[in-house]
Design a protein around this ligand. Structure first.
Ligand SMILES: C[S@@+](CC[C@H](N)C(=O)[O-])C[C@H]1O[C@@H](n2cnc3c(N)ncnc32)[C@H](O)[C@@H]1O
Length: 404
């Protein structure tokens, strides 16, 4: 199948055509249908609401209640929802057919791991948390953790090949733009930080972990996740790319690492899949394992407080219709408060929206990094000029030196 996934499977012509169709369908619904729905809100639904109530809708849930009745929303929602199921439907049969071959290929690649310098440590006794095991996260059959054969890597292959269909080019040609952007942001924005150890939590197949190793080749890079199949695949994938990354099966709320042992703790697209107590548990652990002067940096969805009501409604769609129950709850949080509660100083909170590294010249990226934007002050959108990724975190303060 994929022309991109590290372990090869063989897709038929029909399967390739199905993937291309689903990708185009997603592009259509997220651009054309989304624009049409927005147009209906601006010109019909919102003015009618204002006339009736003497004010504009106050927040995302109010826009949601209003839009739910409209034909444009129902069309958008129905197509987007079906397209999501079709993403997995377009990749799973090909992976399913090659289950044992994939496991075998994974074993062969992992045999080279030591030569490359990476490692894989699974923990069969680890209890997979319910936010992964009890739901099919974003309608992914079997969620992240299911295994179907010995040494199974299927969940990893499905994840990477589904991204290819799902992202319709938005994550860059190697699907790793988020990791490339965030790692290069840190490199250019904080050149004083010369990390010796980096930890990526909730790394899945390591698509966005490997860029940290590529950006900071001297650093020892670790990726942890609770799901075994994605980690086996991550290890095979990094090995094939010649990148030494250490993958471990571990819960981010109970890290099996020493206090003050990392210079950077990062994550991407991770926190919105956690219940509130686990977000706080992870952040507290990140604080514990960071060295003084170290950096916490999470790429995530931006908070609802920065958004206008329509944008909140638009981003929170996944919480209602896409088996992402924690999405809205996370975005309703005050990220500064989250970080402060974990132990970081309030004044050390940082956030930025950053343009996509692999879509531009490095010199333009560097210039953008040194004048980062937050949000468009009128709409709350991150993309006044093209797509951007949002990140937030904090430096862990070094203890004050005692005066003698
Ligand atoms: C949306 S994916 C993250 C995507 C990945 N960081 C990337 O950039 O491609 C969320 C991942 O978090 C993992 N996960 C969920 N809860 C976790 C926890 N408590 N500790 C560690 N990993 C967890 C899931 O197994 C899943 O692989």
């Amino acid at each position: 199948m994929t022309d991109t996934a590290v372990l090869e499977t063989t897709a038929t012509r029909d399967e390739k055509a199905r993937k291309a169709f689903v990708s185009a369908l997603r592009r259509h619904v997220l651009t054309k249908s989304a624009d049409r729905m927005r147009g209906h809100y601006d010109t019909v639904a919102k003015p009618a609401f204002e006339q009736l109530n003497g004010r504009a809708p106050a927040d995302g849930p109010e826009v949601h209640r209003l839009m739910k009745k409209t034909r444009d929303f129902r069309f958008y929602s129905a197509v987007r929802s079906n397209a999501q199921e079709m993403v997995f439907g377009s990749v799973i049969p090909t992976v399913d057919r090659a289950l044992d071959t994939l496991a075998e290929d994974g074993r062969a690649l992992r045999a080279d791991t030591a030569g490359v310098g990476g490692s894989l440590e699974l923990n069969p006794d680890l209890e997979v948390p319910r936010n992964v095991s009890d739901i099919e996260v974003h309608r992914s059959p079997g969620s992240y953790h299911s295994e179907y054969t010995d040494d199974d890597v299927a969940s990893g292959v499905v994840y990477e090949t589904a991204i290819e269909v799902f992202a319709f080019g938005q994550f860059g040609k190697d699907f790793d733009d988020v990791g490339q952007t965030m790692a290069h942001y840190v490199r250019f924005r904080h050149p004083e930080l010369e990390p010796a150890r980096i930890l990526d939590c909730g790394c899945t197949v390591g698509i966005n972990t490997v860029p940290w190793k590529q950006t900071f080749p001297e650093a020892e890079v670790h990726g942890i996740d609770v799901a075994p199949g994605v980690l086996r695949y991550a290890n095979a994938r990094a090995t094939k790319l010649g990148q030494a990354v250490h993958f471990k099966q571990m819960n981010a709320t109970a890290l099996d690492y020493e206090d003050e042992s990392f210079d950077i703790v990062c994550s991407s697209m991770f926190l919105h899949e956690l219940p509130n107590k686990d977000i706080r548990g992870y952040l507290a652990e990140a604080y514990r394992v960071l060295k003084p002067g170290g950096l916490l940096w999470n790429m995530e969805l931006p908070p609802n407080s920065a958004m206008q009501p329509y944008e909140s409604f638009y981003l929170d769609w996944d919480s209602y219709y896409n088996s992402e129950p924690f999405y809205k709850g996370f975005r309703d949080q005050d990220y500064r408060e989250l970080v402060r509660t974990a132990g970081f100083a309030d004044a050390d909170f940082i956030e930025a929206t950053v343009p996509r590294y692999t879509f531009m010249d490095e010199s333009d990226f560097k210039a953008a990094v040194n004048s980062p934007t937050r949000f468009d002050k009128h709409t709350g959108r991150m993309d006044p000029k093209g797509t951007r990724w949002y990140g937030f975190g904090a430096f862990k303060r070094a203890p004050l030196k005692e005066a003698n």
